[in-house]
Write a protein of this length. Structure first.
Length: 422
C-alpha cells in the first residue's frame, strides 16, 4: 500500500464549493475548534444528517479497536466520487449501483472496499503504537503548513471570506470531521516511520540488501548510446540504416575508454560528449544510471529498457565496461554500477513494508457490528450529493438590496441605499 504526504490540491478543493463534487481524502492541532460557529447550511454531523446515524457509531472493530461510521463512509464517498468523475470524463451518467463488480452489486462492493481501506489505516496506527512510532515535530510542522495552505486557497475560492468557515464547509462536502481528516492525512507520516524502523536505517545491512538485489535481479547501469542515423533517398527510402557508422564511432569511444584505464570518470566525460540518450535540452538522461529488475522494468515505474541493454548489463561485473552492444537504437557501451544506492534501499524498504502490510491485513481480526448491516452505500452517497447541493446554495451570497428612488429627485438619488447595521 502506498501512502502520499500531499493533501488534496487546494485549487481542486476550492472547486468543490462551486461544482458540488469532491475528489479528496491523528496531532490534532489542525482540527477546527468545537467553539467555531458552523457556516450556514453545514450540519454538525454529516453522517447523522445523511443516514440518521451518529458519526461516532461503531460499525466494525479491527483487532478490537472501533471503526466509526464516519471513517468508513468517508471512504465510500471517496470511491464513489472517483467513479462519478470517471463517468463524467467519459460522458457517462450516474453510478449504476446494481452493476456487479467481482460478483456483487456496486453498492456492496464499494462498502466492503471502504471497510478494507479503513481496516488498513486502523492497522497502521495500531502497529505504530506497538513500535512507539509517533508524529515528530517536523511531521506536525509540515502537516500544519499543508493544512494552512489548503485553508488559504479555500478562503480565496469561497464566498465567506473566512478561512475556517470555508474549511468546515469543505470538510462537510467530503463527509468528514476535522479529527478524522487529520487521522487520514497523518497516516503517511506514521507509515513512513514504521517502514524506516522495521526495514531501514542501521538495521539494513549490506548483506541483506545484496541478497534482495540478487533475488530480484536488480541491476544499475549507465550507457553511451551511439544512435544509428539512417540515410534516405529522395523518395524517402532507407538506403543505409546507419548501423555501420554507429558501430565505427562506438568502437572509437571504446578504444578511448580502454586507453584511459576504463575509469568511470572517463566514461562520464565521453558519455556527456557523445551519447544520444539526452533530453530535449541536451542534458544526459539518467547520468547516474538506469536501475531495473530481471524483467527489464525500471524500478521507478517509468517504463522498461530494451533486452539488449538489460542482458548486456547483467552479464557484466560491477565496474566493468562492455564492448559495443547493438539494439534497434544503435550501439550501447555499458558500464555496470553498484545497485546498492539510497534509491534502491528505499525501494527495498518499500517492498518489504508492502509485504509486511499485506501480512498485517491478513492477520487482522475484523468484526462487523449490527450498525454495519444498516449501512447502504447508495443511500448514503445519494444523500451526501443532495446535502452538497444544499450547502452550495447556502454558501451563495444574498443579492444586494437597493433602495428604489423616484425619478427626477436629486435628493433621493444622492441618498445611499441602506446597509445592515453592525
Amino acid at each position: 500500500m502506498r501512502f502520499g504526504k500531499k493533501l488534496l490540491s487546494a485549487a481542486a478543493a476550492g472547486a468543490l464549493l462551486v461544482t458540488a463534487l469532491t475528489g479528496c481524502g491523528g496531532g490534532q492541532g489542525s482540527s477546527p475548534k468545537p467553539s467555531v460557529t458552523l457556516p450556514d447550511g453545514v450540519p454538525a454531523d454529516v453522517i447523522q444528517e445523511t443516514i440518521g446515524m451518529a458519526r461516532d457509531t461503531a460499525v466494525a472493530t479491527v483487532n478490537g479497536r472501533e471503526v466509526t461510521a464516519e471513517e468508513l463512509l468517508y471512504w465510500v464517498a471517496y470511491s464513489a466520487d472517483q467513479v462519478m468523475q470517471m463517468n463524467q470524463y467519459y460522458g457517462g451518467g450516474d453510478i449504476n449501483w446494481d452493476q456487479e463488480l467481482e460478483g456483487v452489486p456496486t453498492r456492496d462492493y464499494v462498502l466492503n472496499n471502504a471497510l478494507e481501506t479503513a481496516k488498513l489505516y486502523e492497522v497502521v496506527w495500531q502497529k505504530a503504537e506497538e513500535q512507539d512510532c509517533g508524529l515528530t515535530d517536523e511531521d506536525k510542522a509540515d502537516y500544519d503548513a499543508q493544512v494552512a495552505e489548503l485553508k488559504s486557497q479555500l478562503e480565496a475560492s469561497g464566498t465567506s471570506g473566512d478561512a475556517e468557515s470555508e474549511y468546515l464547509r469543505w470538510l462537510a462536502f467530503i463527509g468528514i470531521s476535522g479529527e478524522t481528516f487529520d487521522m487520514v492525512n497523518q497516516t503517511p507520516y506514521i507509515y513512513g516511520h514504521l517502514k524506516d524502523k522495521l526495514f531501514g536505517g542501521d538495521g539494513l545491512t549490506a548483506e541483506a540488501m545484496g541478497q534482495w538485489l540478487e533475488d530480484n535481479g536488480v541491476v544499475r547501469a549507465k550507457h553511451i548510446l551511439i544512435a544509428a542515423e539512417p540515410t534516405k533517398d529522395a523518395d524517402g527510402n532507407v538506403t543505409d540504416d546507419g548501423m555501420a557508422a554507429a558501430l565505427e564511432k562506438a568502437n572509437e569511444i571504446r578504444a578511448q575508454l580502454k586507453a584511459a584505464g576504463d575509469t568511470e570518470e572517463q566514461f562520464d566525460a565521453l558519455m556527456a560528449a557523445n551519447t544520444s540518450d539526452v533530453s530535449s535540452t541536451g542534458a544526459v538522461n539518467n547520468p547516474d544510471g538506469y536501475v531495473f529488475d530481471a524483467s527489464g522494468a525500471l524500478l521507478d515505474g517509468s517504463g522498461s529498457l530494451v533486452t539488449e541493454f538489460t542482458q548486456g548489463a547483467a552479464a557484466l561485473a560491477v565496474g566493468e565496461i562492455s564492448d559495443p552492444v547493438q539494439s534497434t537504437y544503435g550501439y550501447h557501451i555499458l558500464l555496470r554500477l553498484d545497485a546498492d544506492t539510497a534509491d534502491t534501499r528505499n525501494q527495498y524498504t518499500t517492498a518489504k513494508m508492502n509485504e509486511q502490510s499485506d501480512q498485517w491485513m491478513e492477520e487482522a481480526q475484523v468484526e462487523k457490528t449490527a450498525a454495519f448491516d444498516q449501512l447502504n452505500a447508495e443511500r448514503f452517497y445519494t444523500a451526501l450529493v443532495d446535502l452538497r447541493a444544499e450547502m452550495t446554495a447556502a454558501a451563495q451570497p444574498e443579492p444586494a438590496e437597493t433602495t428604489p428612488t423616484e425619478s427626477g429627485s436629486p435628493e433621493a438619488a444622492a441618498t445611499p441605499s441602506a446597509t445592515p447595521a453592525g
